[in-house]
Design a protein around this ligand. Structure first.
Ligand SMILES: [Zn+2]
Length: 439
């Protein structure tokens, strides 16, 4: 049995001193006890699950920022489609590996990958694209929940267009056969959105999901006001209302964004136990709007964070944007805070929601959970001189991923002194892939 000892650790009982984790062969925490130096670090936190990622979009960073008319989500989507049309499996491997290295160094120890770049550029069927994502996760050490996406229509009642050729499956049967052909033990189902998946197909996927062990179900929903409007016109109901009315919405579901959920829809989310995956950096970048996170959190709703478009990957920065968005809207401070401050409740709630969204036993430092840890050092400038109980407040308000000392996945150290063990080689390959794509 391996052991890791920390001067302090955030456990379900709070921050405890002199904490020893016994770790078994499978990388699970087998025991939690007390013990002194030498320490493996100053403060261990549960690793953060990343509830929503499109790894290939990491290659879009820095592109498409020049103003051109009425820029919106939809003009960004055109830029994303032009990249998506060209990426090869080898390039996808290099891009995803870079995204996953950055996630690990940023405190994300597992990821729900919402993968829709399925086919080759000419539209022919392959598993090579999904295999590239699986290999990138394996080689970098991140824990992967692969969510192959079902994409069928180009909008409510509209056929898919040529820009969506690489994403589309002609039928639910073709999609299920594809999911079954992927060689990865941790899968889930991801109907892309109500605009891309007819309701009848959604019901079919749900029925099939009950017969398989792929538990999580993720869907993009209510991200854009135009999408809410189109849903009302097509179905006479708002998106989350329609989902809750049409099928069994429950804790198996992760609703990605849910930005424009109204009060009635938020009540339905709470009653269902579904998790909301919030992606504050991406939602801000795309000008989506603000989910009523403070009200949802206060009512005990489950929520997680996702790095989504991966232009900037940083768990603590996602949490800062989440909190600050609510502050700016409400013109008040401490929107998701409690008597312990802001950092601890945010980290804990996001880790718990991310655990639900990824379907892995993670997010808590206790026996039976994977030994996925983020370790902070007393030397980091944001909290130097403060007691460990205040470090996360200082981090959320004044720090970044660069303050992380070490990261462990399944008890294995993948990041040391802030650097991923293969980060340099992977960044060279990533730069090569970007140069090819720029030609
Ligand atoms: Zn997304």
């Amino acid at each position: 049995m391996r052991k890791l000892t920390f001067k302090h650790a955030l456990t379900p009982d709070g921050i405890v001193a002199d904490c020893v984790f016994g770790i078994d062969e499978a990388g699970l925490i087998a025991s939690v006890g007390h013990g002194g130096p030498p320490y493996d670090g100053d403060l261990a936190l549960p690793g953060m699950p990343n509830a929503h990622s499109h790894a290939f979009q990491r290659a879009l960073a820095g592109r498409g920022e020049r103003r051109a008319g009425d820029d919106s989500f939809w003009s960004w989507r055109d830029a994303m489609y032009s990249l998506a049309a060209r990426v090869t499996p080898e390039q996808l491997y290099a891009i995803a590996a870079q995204a996953y290295v950055e996630m690990l160094a940023a405190g994300f120890t597992s990821v729900a990958e919402f993968h829709y770049l399925h086919h080759l550029p000419d539209g022919s069927a392959t598993t090579a694209m999904a295999d590239a994502v699986i290999a990138a996760a394996r080689d970098t050490g991140i824990r992967l929940r692969l969510l192959p996406v079902y994409y069928h229509a180009g909008g409510f009642g509209k056929p898919a267009g040529p820009g969506q050729r690489r994403f589309v499956h002609a039928s639910v049967d073709a999609y299920l056969a594809f999911v079954d052909s992927l060689d990865h033990p941790h899968k889930g189902f991801a109907p892309h959105s109500l605009r891309a998946v007819p309701l009848e197909h959604l019901r079919e996927i749900l029925r099939e999901s009950q017969t398989r062990s792929h538990n999580p179900l993720h869907i993009h929903i209510s991200e854009q006001e135009a999408e809410v409007q189109q849903c009302m016109e097509s179905h006479g109901a708002r998106p989350i209302e329609l989902l809750a009315d049409s099928l069994d919405l429950n804790a198996q579901w992760t609703l990605v964004h849910a930005t424009h959920a109204d009060e009635g829809e938020r009540t339905r989310i709470l009653a269902s136990g579904a998790c909301v995956a919030l992606c504050p950096l991406t939602e801000a970048y795309l000008g989506d709007g603000l989910f009523a996170a403070a009200a949802h959190h206060a009512a005990g709703g489950a929520w997680a964070i996702g790095s989504d478009s991966n232009g900037r990957i940083d768990a603590v920065e996602e949490l800062r944007w989440l909190e600050y968005g609510q502050r700016l809207r409400d013109r008040r401070r401490a929107r998701l805070a409690d008597e312990n401050g802001i950092g601890l409740p945010l980290w804990r709630a996001a880790a718990a929601g991310g655990t639900q969204a990824t379907g892995f036993p993670v997010g808590r430092l206790e026996a039976g959970c994977h030994a996925d840890l983020v370790v902070l050092s007393a030397d980091a400038s944001p909290w130097r001189g403060l007691p460990p109980e205040r470090w996360l407040d200082a981090w959320v308000t004044g720090g970044s991923r660069h303050d992380i000392d070490a990261v462990f996945v399944g008890g294995d150290r993948v990041v040391q002194a802030g650097r991923h063990r293969d980060g340099e080689r992977i960044s060279v390959d990533f730069a090569g892939a970007l140069q090819e794509l720029a030609r």
